[in-house]
Design a protein. Sequence first.
Length: 386
Amino acid sequence: MRLAGALAATLVAGVACCGLRAADTPPEQALRDHVPKPGEFPPAGAGVQTAGDLVVVDPMNRRGGLRIDRGPGTPEKRLFFQMLPYGMARYHGAPAELRDIPPGTHVHVRLLLPPEAEKDLVPPLSEEEAKNPANRLLRYTHALEIEDDFSFYSRRGRAWKVVALEPGVGLKESRFELTLDPEGPAVEGGVNERMNFVLDTSTRIWKERRLVSRDAIEPGQIVQVNLTWSMPNQKQEYGITDLWLDEESRAAFTELQRENHLMHQKSRFVPGWGDAVENGDTGRGVVTVTLFGGMDPSLYEELETAKDKVLQLTVAEPTLRTWLYHQENAPRGNVVSWSRVPEPPPGSSGIQLKLDVELRQDSCPGGSSGRRGRGGSTSSCLMTSG
């Protein structure tokens, strides 16, 4: 399959004008070049959308690297990124951690410019590299969203319809060419035309929740795929790692990933950040917290159900890392108020609550009590029911 331009980064051309003032910046350029600020979520549509193979994964620090899809203006180098504290990952149609996405998986990523305090977190371009317009995309180093093809397309109501499966010849006789038509609405930043994908003996084909042979593939089937890089890469060919032939199999994979997400998150609390602190006596304080988005809805429902009881609050790094005994040392508190904002900005759940904690941890909230974390950025707060 040739992806030349089909999955190219969504970049809006800047204005080539000398003396352009900030106030004169076109709205689309200002949105694209939005710089994240501590305690603020980005506006909808901020940053750039791109896609490529996930070739580097550092799950502990929520960092990774992409081999960008080839097309007009493809960067010369790999694109390395840091997940924002409120950055969201999805895999197989369910919430995920970066560690859940295997290296080599083709992913779709929305990237923002780095916060002021983290400009050097991902090594910046050299002066010579910065002169190349093709490397402009590499300036966007902080990820707001990352998801596999399964999640990216299914979340937008898109699937694929099988047209034909043709065998390879000669040296490629173990490879097959699967022709697919897009089924559903056009997707911005996605493939919206007939494509030929490589299917070989390593491709996992799923039907009725089990592995099946290529013989199960029939024209007219509505399918989902996950892609990966396929040699020879000079032709920008993409192979299929997984092919789901029916809704039953797709739903089973989504549920499996959802359960994996719940198991991970319940042992590490629900992430958010502190907005403000009202100091009390003897260490007490009322902490205002906004919960991050991207979690399974049942986690928010569980917290809301327990809001008349006791919740726990602990601190974390911007990478969402805590420490071994964070559950035992998390102060408990009563919920003073609970509110939900409709249509929250990207990264936010829209849920804000005030918690009267018995032993306030100054490093958790933002506001005047001090923001703590790498490079002076906002640290995160993590919550669970007590």
